[in-house]
Write a protein that binds this ligand. Structure first.
Ligand code: GLV
Ligand code: MG
Length: 338
């Protein structure tokens, strides 16, 4: 049987980070569906070709008395559907819940050959990943699976954030991480009551005008998630994993959703969760580089020749570091077009 290590391309000698590379597959949105919801389940064959990743959710948002129905529903859907190039993931219940173990024991033998990634919620440390890793190794061996199932951790507790590095490096099965702002807010005892996005109370105010101290002052809303997202991206890149922003709960506020997704894209994330079909197109648009940015990147790459030295283009200095940034943008565009 192949070990998870064989799955990854070996590092070229002298290559810079990432430490290892995960073979490219478009991963701009992880589209959630509830397999216990018959209406949603019936739409899977028509939604699958429209998304990069389809995820059967067994955890939060599935009612306690529907957990078994969700698990069995996912087995049924996974068995009956040809997902083509779309990745199939599941989010199992947390390891301290009454359902997490049964999720793994049921899904791997039944549909492990179809599952690309198992998303593990509320990961607090490397030991959680080691537990899932060992269990998967046994279940895969028993089922005769030829391809290892990868693991994706949700970063959504204060302890998890404190241990983000060790989680990222816990196993060669680690595929990536998502920021889970809703559970993280609760775990941190933040005073928000929403799923992701900003808050009108979290702001900075412009200094008073010395000549007119009573004049109204502008305020600027701040990003509640910047610190955690940046920390998660660094941990992921250092260990060769893919970082994702998680859910945006206000489905009607497509503008704020797009802003949140774009911040994540600019900070290094490859994708975000979509909780409703309207968020699929937002994610597709945001996590694909803009044609104008790609054209600019190619112009810099061409002008920089072997990538060393410095050139001026339209009054802007370009050097070894900017050409590397431009390669990131151009390579993403090429990979998505391939
Ligand atoms: C996702 O699971 C979150 O808690 O935000
Ligand atoms: Mg959560």
């Amino acid at each position: 049987m192949r070990s998870p290590k064989d799955f990854f391309r070996p590092l070229a000698v002298g290559a810079p980070d990432p430490v290892r590379e995960i073979p490219f597959r478009p991963s701009r949105m992880i589209h959630f569906f509830d397999p216990s919801n018959e209406k949603m389940a019936a739409k899977v064959p028509s939604i699958a070709p429209k998304v990069d990743i389809l995820l059967g959710n067994l955890e939060d948002a599935v009612q306690a008395d529907r957990k078994e129905a969700a698990r069995n529903g996912l087995v049924e859907i996974a068995s009956a559907t040809d997902f083509g190039d779309t990745q199939l993931w599941t989010r199992v219940n947390s390891l301290d819940s009454p359902w997490g173990l049964d999720d793994l024991l049921t899904l791997v033998p039944a549909v492990g050959h179809k599952l690309d990634v198992i998303m593990v919620p509320k990961v607090e440390g490397a030991e959680d990943i080691h537990y899932v890793d060992r269990l998967l190794a046994q279940l895969e061996a028993k089922a005769g699976l030829e391809r290892p199932i990868l693991v994706h951790a949700i970063l959504e507790t204060a302890t998890g954030v404190a241990n983000v590095e060790e989680i990222a490096g816990a196993s060669p099965r680690m595929q990536g991480m998502s920021l889970g702002p809703a559970d993280l807010a609760a775990s941190r005892r933040m005073k928000t009551t929403r799923v992701g996005g900003g808050h009108p109370g979290y702001l900075v105010r412009q200094d008073p005008d010395a000549a007119n101290p009573e004049a109204p002052r502008a305020t600027y809303q701040q990003d509640l998630w910047h610190y955690t997202l940046a920390r998660m991206v660094d941990a992921c890149v250092a260990h060769g994993l893919l970082p994702f922003y998680g859910p945006f709960g206000d489905i009607r506020d497509t503008t704020a959703c797009e802003d949140q997704f774009r911040n994540a894209f600019l900070l290094g994330c490859v994708g975000a969760w979509s909780l409703h079909p309207v968020q699929i197109d937002i994610a597709k648009r945001v996590f694909s580089p803009e044609p104008a940015d790609v054209a600019w990147a190619r112009k810099v790459i061409d002008a920089m020749g072997d990538g060393t030295g410095a050139v001026m283009i339209d009054g802007k200095m370009q050097d070894d570091a900017t050409v590397k940034q431009c390669r990131v943008v151009a390579e993403l565009a090429d990979s998505l077009a391939a």
